[in-house]
Structure formats: structure tokens, C-alpha cells
Write a protein that binds this ligand. Sequence first.
Ligand code: DGL
Length: 283
Amino acid sequence: MPDSSAPIGVFDSGVGGLSVLQALRRALPQAQFVYVADSAHAPYGEKTAAFVQERSHAIARFLHERHGIAALVVACNTATAAAAESLRQAWADMPLVGVEPAIKPAARLSRTGHIGVMATRGTVGSARFARLLHDFGQGAHWHVRACDGLASAIENSTAASLLEDEKIRALCAHHTSALGQFGTEAGQIDTLVLGCTHYVFVRDTLQALLGPKVQLVDTGAAVARQTQRLLGWAPAASAAGGDALAPVAQIQLLTTGSLNALQMAAQRWLGLPLQCCAQVQVP
Ligand code: DGL
């Protein structure tokens, strides 16, 4: 069984994976976490699969060698699509959890059978995504959109609330209107998969645009449960009453890019203090 005093490593191209980290904190309040935002190289979604694979291995190596991690959570759909298999081969003994668009849960939830998927260009163009749709998406109509520019806009936003960021609102409107007609009538898209961990932070903007009846689906909680299962840890969150979060002292946030941007995101979205954050180099 993995060492329970060693931290769980989590990484993303930037701040998007903080949405997964929050779910992990809730599911594993006893765990230590070290998070890497590879913001110097974001966005991954508009880079080649080979580049994303190379960065993913560099970060996994850094987390393994410098932090002695017990497990790795790839909190990025794009990196999972490009690198999960090769990471598993390179670190065969280390439990690894990836993030994939929630195709199967969305197919179960949809009543109209029309489902939208928002993800990066790298994710929607991957063989892994094609396999997911083939294996779990049969019988539904899939409306898939590579949402260029959206992850970067979220990454770089300085607005106090993303709901008030006009550029983000315009990008969300542009991409969702390209997907089709949303609603609960026959032929309308009633379910939308958030297939990029950054998009979880614009959930309120999307819901406001699409109306309250459209269901938005992400994978943070499922990834956290899977991590708990893989580590063989008891579901401590429920034992502690369900609301416990891994405390600040157990969390370290690192970025290869702007320290200020990571601090802002951590404070705005997770309520974490500036002292949790530091800048690192991961060549
Ligand atoms: N957050 C990442 C994902 O889940 C990628 C965003 C990006 O860097 O393009 O796909």
C-alpha cells in the first residue's frame, strides 16, 4: 500500500486543476498535496501531443524525485489524453489517476439524447477521446466543440469574479452557440460536459447563458473517489461528517509561471492563503 505520509502529486497546465484539488481535499482530508501549475507552458490544449507528453513527464519526474509522491493525479484532460498511458508505463509502481470528459455519466443523465462537450483542441482530437465516445457514447447525439482561447482567458483573468469577466462571457457565448440549441425540448442539448478542468471555474457563467435546466457535468468528485479507492484509504470525509477539507498546512501549490496569478486563483477559488504558493522551475 502507498505511503500515507507522502503527498499526493497533482498537476495541470495551469490553475484549472485547482478544481480537482478542491474535490481531492474533500475526499481525502487527511492527505498532503503538492500541486504543480505548469503555467509557463499553458495552454496545453493548443500545443502538440508530443509537447504535452514531454511536459507531463518532466512534472511527474519532478514530483517523484523532489517530493516523493505516493500517487499522481493528472488534473488535466489534455495531459491525460496525451500522456496517461506513457506515464503509467514509466512509473508502473505509482498509482496514477487521470481526468477524462464525463461521457458515460452525461449519457446516463441526458433525457433528450443531445449532449454537448466543451474541451480543448488537444482533447477532442485525441484517440483516447474517440475511444471514450465509441465505448460509452453510442445511442446519443454528441455536439463537440474545441473551445480555443477559453482556458487561456480563465488562466489570465484578473477579474474579482469570473462571472464579471466580459471576455470570458463572450467566449462562453461564442462556443456554446456553436454547439447548438440548448434546452429540454426534443432535439435540444440538455446536458453539457465540461471536458477541461479550467471550465469548472466558469460554471456559473455557462449556467447563466444556458438556463437553469441544462445540466453541467464535470469529473472532479469522481476523480477524487477513484484516487481514494486506488490508495486504499477509507472514505475519511464521510467519517468526519462530509464537510472536512484537507487543511491549509497540508497543501503546497507550485507554479512554473506567474506566482501572482497562482496566488490570486488559489485565494479567489479555494480560499487558500498566499503562503501556500511558490514558484518553481521544472525544466
Ligand atoms: N485544464 C486542461 C484540461 O483539462 C487544459 C487547459 C489548457 O491548458 O489548454 O484540458
